[in-house]
Design a protein around this ligand. Structure first.
Ligand SMILES: [Zn+2]
Length: 160
């Protein structure tokens, strides 16, 4: 990856502070998008777009999220798209995110890592983890994310 984990973490922390949502959970992502001057929209997928989880259009300053996805998945997608805005910006062009099991490009991995840092900051996550005895479903509720996202986060932080 072009960016280190520390750089990505710092970018996520800084953004939350600047947007005035630091230490609010689940993170009010729409306020962050608003702070960045991007509009969040849900799209209803058809046959050509049902494999798309989200997208960002810098010219129109719009972030799109698949409205058919479960709410907690949409939460992660929105944070991922905000990651593209914060880390990759307008010069990099637009992103369309497809659901695909294949290997991800460095920019996609960076946006995923950003989403994880933004939604579940390490210090806060560690205390939630002990508070809720490492039960993923309870911790997922704290952050408004899927159990899967909690499990991945715990693994990265070597809690399980
Ligand atoms: Zn992406």
């Amino acid at each position: 990856m072009a960016l280190s984990r520390q750089q990505i973490r710092d970018a996520a922390t800084e953004l939350a502070i600047n947007a005035g949502v630091h230490d609010q959970f689940p993170v009010p992502l729409e306020r962050i998008a608003e702070y960045l001057d991007y509009q969040c929209l849900q799209f209803l997928p058809d046959d050509t777009t049902n494999k798309i989880s989200g997208a960002v259009n810098h010219q129109q300053r719009k972030i799109y999220v698949n409205g058919d996805d479960p709410a907690r998945r949409q939460m992660f997608t929105l944070a991922h798209e905000i990651g593209h805005v914060a880390l990759h910006g307008e010069v990099e062009g637009n992103f369309i995110d497809h659901r695909s099991p294949g290997p991800k490009t460095p920019k996609e991995l960076e946006a995923d890592m950003f989403a994880s840092e933004l939604l579940m900051p390490e210090f806060h996550f560690r205390s939630s983890w002990s508070e809720w005895d490492g039960v993923p479903s309870l911790i997922a509720t704290v952050y408004g994310v899927s159990e899967q996202a909690v499990k991945v986060r715990a693994k990265i932080l070597k809690l399980r």
